[in-house]
Ligand binder design. Structure first.
Ligand code: ADP
Length: 468
């Protein structure tokens, strides 16, 4: 389903213009955030900021343009709502989209961040519910063996609704560690680990006991999840990997995977002796930066390139390739689990931040998926990564219409899936196992990211194709 589309007056009657569908004027953008994305948009040649209206969640003020209830420059009258035709690209926050999407009118060419119900994948309880459903369906239709390809998320239950099933499972596995996480919070807030049922029954009493106060909010939804007790350690420390994934369409499913990302390390050596120590067990930067011995200069990040090199040196290219194939599987299966549920809209796109944890067997586990991964840079290298990532995202969306639409790689983004797997044209020697390079998937997480050179060549090639 897509929102209604109309062609604005200034685009009607125009032939195809070399500047693209926008025509021969600048591309107008709005941005809710004050971080790297704003720098990227401001630095983009030919792009113009629509002033004001940042992140208020309110309809635009009376500027005499769309949304103010007056006649717009395109001669269309809008109601007093956010259906403005005065932007082409909007990096909005989720709250703004929730408040405005259902009453919003979008022109043919407009692009906006987030799908309407992105939370189906990004809320911890819903993600697991959707994955369990697709797993069951796969087992039913393709057999139990195929269902094994879903064994990448730890056993999880929603609380309070699945408390009794959880208790049964708990009793079957005495002594193991569980982790409790609020379903809709982020940055490690409200998370704790436990071994004894008593810990959770005490907590449950406080959280869920009906109180005499009728105004008390409904209890917060949590997930309780099997804790991965054997994480892969480097230098004795636990880490997880942030992977960036871009979805430009759910129907057909079209997915890009960014080569660069980072591993976030905990500051304190891993041990199961002190399960209450969040500095040991939670790898979120928001948690780690408060650790008493945290060194902001050293930080706690590695690039995905550093990580891949390290793992390849230790285990060999083939073993790493196999492990990273597991990450591709996680990405595709998780997106497929919501493919029929997400309100697909050709105006919408989403850049997800996947959190992946390797265990000591180098098996990747899905921890969670974020729809608003942090774009605030923690240092120079982090800034460069995010600046390139976001610029390349705009290159993929190609509002300037400079590409052919057939590209498999744009800057650091590799096309992983388009209604089916994409195969690589050429092997990237750093990341490819010995032997045949023609049947490998177009997936290069942690491989060399020479994005600037690649873009130069890409634009030259696209130009010559377009000329002919
Ligand atoms: P948040 O949205 O609050 O960041 P996460 O689910 O990402 O919550 O969990 C925070 C951190 O806790 C993760 O980055 C990871 O280090 C650790 N963690 C979460 N779930 C598990 C798990 N099942 N096993 C091991 N570590 C986990």
């Amino acid at each position: 389903m897509s929102k209604g589309t109309k062609i604005p007056g200034y685009m009607q009657g125009k032939g195809r213009n070399p500047r693209g569908i926008i025509g021969d004027r600048e591309i107008r953008y709005k941005c809710s955030l004050q971080n790297t994305i704003l720098d990227v948009l401001r630095g983009r040649p030919g792009w113009q900021e629509v002033p004001g209206q940042q992140s208020t969640g309110q309809p635009p003020s009376n500027t005499g343009k769309a949304g103010s209830g007056t006649t717009t420059t395109q001669g269309t009258t809008f109601g007093n709502k956010a259906s403005d035709g005065d932007w082409d690209f909007y990096w909005c926050d989720r709250e703004w989209l929730h408040q405005n999407y259902d009453t919003m009118f979008l022109y043919e060419h407009q692009k906006i961040l987030h799908f309407r119900n992105h939370y189906e994948l990004t809320r911890k309880n819903l993600m697991v519910k959707n994955l369990k459903r697709l797993k069951k369906q796969t087992e039913r239709e393709q057999g139990k063996a195929e269902g094994l390809s879903f064994e990448f998320f730890p056993t999880t239950y929603e609380l309070p609704s699945e408390y009794h099933i959880f208790v049964e499972e708990f009793k079957k596995n005495p002594g193991i560690i569980w982790i409790m996480k609020p379903a809709a919070r982020a940055q490690g807030r409200g998370i704790f680990l436990f071994r004894r049922l008593k810990d959770i029954t005490d907590w449950k009493k406080g959280e869920y006991q009906p109180l005499s106060d009728p105004n008390r909010d409904a209890p917060e939804t949590y997930v309780v999840q099997r804790y991965i007790e054997n994480p892969y350690l480097i230098g004795g420390r636990k880490f997880d990997v942030r992977v960036y994934v871009l979805v430009v369409s759910y129907n057909p499913l079209k997915v890009w995977l960014y080569r660069s990302g980072f591993a976030r390390f905990s500051n304190t050596r891993f041990s199961l002796d002190s399960i209450e120590d969040t500095y040991v067990h939670l790898t979120n930067v928001a948690i780690q930066k408060n650790a008493p011995d945290y060194d902001p200069d050293k930080g706690c990040k590695w690039s995905t390139q550093q990580l891949r090199k390290y793992l390849s040196a230790k285990h060999g290219v083939d073993a790493v390739r196999k492990a990273y194939k597991g990450i591709d599987n996680i990405i595709i299966k998780s997106l497929q689990s919501v493919q029929k549920i997400i309100i697909n809209d050709k105006h919408c796109f989403e850049m997800y931040g996947y959190d992946i944890l390797f265990d000591s067997d180098l098996k990747p586990w899905l921890i969670e998926i974020n729809a608003s991964p942090s774009l605030t840079a923690s240092g120079k290298e982090d800034y460069e990564l995010k600046f390139g990532l976001l610029n390349d995202l705009l290159n993929v969306l190609d509002l300037e219409n400079r590409l052919t639409g057939k590209e498999k790689r744009i800057g650091g983004w590799d096309l992983l899936w388009e209604d089916g797997p994409i195969l690589a044209d050429d092997g990237n020697m750093e990341c490819v196992p010995n032997g045949n390079t023609t049947t490998i998937p177009n997936s290069f997480l942690g491989c060399h990211n020479d994005r600037k050179r690649q873009l130069r060549e890409l634009y030259m090639a696209a130009q010559s194709v377009k000329k002919t």
